[in-house]
Design a protein around this ligand. Sequence first.
Ligand SMILES: [Zn+2]
Length: 424
Amino acid sequence: MARPSTPAALAIDGDRLLRRLRELGEIGADPRGGRTRLALTDADKAARELIVRWLSEAGAAVRIDRIGNIHGVLEGRSDLPPIATGSHIDTVVRAGAYDGCYGVVAGIEVLQTLSAAGELPRASVAVLVFTNEEGVRFAPDLLGSRVVAENVALEDALALHSADGCSIDEELRRIGFAGSVSPRELRPSHFVELHIEQGPMLEAEDLTIGIVEAVQGHSWWRVVIEGVANHAGTTPMALRRDAGATAMQLACALIRDAEERGVPNVATVGTITFEPGAINVVPGRATFTIDMRDDSVYSLRRAEQRLHEALLRLDRAGYTTHAQCTSRHEPVVFDDELCGLLQRVAAQRGLAARRMLSGASHDAQMMAGVCPSAMIFVPSHRGISHNPAEHTEPRQLVQGADLLLHALLELANNPETCHAPSSL
Ligand SMILES: [Zn+2]
């Protein structure tokens, strides 16, 4: 076998990467379009079995941990802690082919390229495939990586039930992925997740690569405003306690804050309902949801504070208000040195890159609590994701995987270039 003279000459097999993405994308094909491969279903089982086969073909030792995460490890030349990459292969309903799957298949491609070259790096290189990232069938999302990061206890995770009454524990056993290894067994020195952007920024700026330096935190609220339902014809404007109009004004004010002050970075009122809900009745009760996201804890708190101040003013004006936090994630800042390394390697590979934020959640944000972590994004055409129309140009998929290969190789051969955690 011809050996490349320098690591820089190593290249992934782009055709194999794209072929495997297509093959994986056919598992769980949904007759309505796209694929539906919810966590721990028969379709997930079939996809997992394919991934295990490819990992073995790539020369990796495969282990399954107790939450069903797949660990594929290509042994290095030393006993340095492994460098890890990975993502997820469970999907939402009628998903595209790339969300999560791209990072996993590209990781396998990196292992296969390294083992075929016959020159193993100093540190081992691992691909992690996390259980139930999407959180569609079992809540919360990011479950496999949460357990690795001890954000959720293993026993609690195993006891979670889906809406159809199945527990994670039972489903893992049923599909043959209830492993015996501790989720903390693999203690990587670094984690890099490759993923599609799922947003429009890279395409709009004609860039190939995003180096993700932070994941936005989110704060979700369900807000209820109670006023007085009354006759729409006989109640003068000045004497109304119109819960509907008040809710709309508050919703607009929150959105305007994001537009004008940029705090939070984005705000979305995704649902709003009025009761009793009739054309000729002043609404007595209004309920809306607000999704606020920011990369700064401070800004997210300020946005929450403004919401509460506004509700307090409404209480004083005679309304009754309730606000319930339905989900909250702190922003996660990735490792600056690791982002710097990714940026350097992207420049060496001639790839146009910029640093950016992720608006969506990813396993890497949990891994950031385990070891220095960061992410690489490739463009999503028109920013479409969680949709069968999800698309990234094949050339860009190959370029992203090429960057992953060379970044992991650099880390695995010179882990000292990017600081290792002191506990290891
Ligand atoms: Zn994903």
